[in-house]
Design a protein around this ligand. Structure first.
Ligand code: FES
Length: 87
């Protein structure tokens, strides 16, 4: 959690992804889903998200909210806007 935002960190073949941990469908935890190199599948209704495009495979207009990540000295930094920065 960062402030009130649940964030899922995925290590996909060495690439770190920081995604909102709420499935765009009904908000289930994506971190609890099935994770492969190309696809993260929500465990609730099995929607699948492409790890490269961060979009739903069946409907690419649906995008997972993600955050920029920087890896420095084995520490993961996530650029999450402060609550007051949100519009
Ligand atoms: S809540 Fe994720 S597919 Fe329905």
């Amino acid at each position: 959690m960062v402030d009130d935002q649940p964030i899922a960190l995925f290590n996909i073949g060495g690439k770190i992804l920081a995604w909102d941990n709420r499935c765009p469908h009904r908000g289930a935890s994506l971190a609890d889903g099935n994770i492969s190199e190309d696809v993260i599948q929500c465990k609730f209704h099995l929607w699948e998200f492409d790890t490269r495009t961060e979009c739903a495979i069946e409907n690419p207009t649906i995008k997972v909210k993600s955050y920029p990540v920087k890896l420095q000295d084995d520490i993961v930094y996530i650029d999450v806007p402060a609550v007051s920065d949100k519009t």
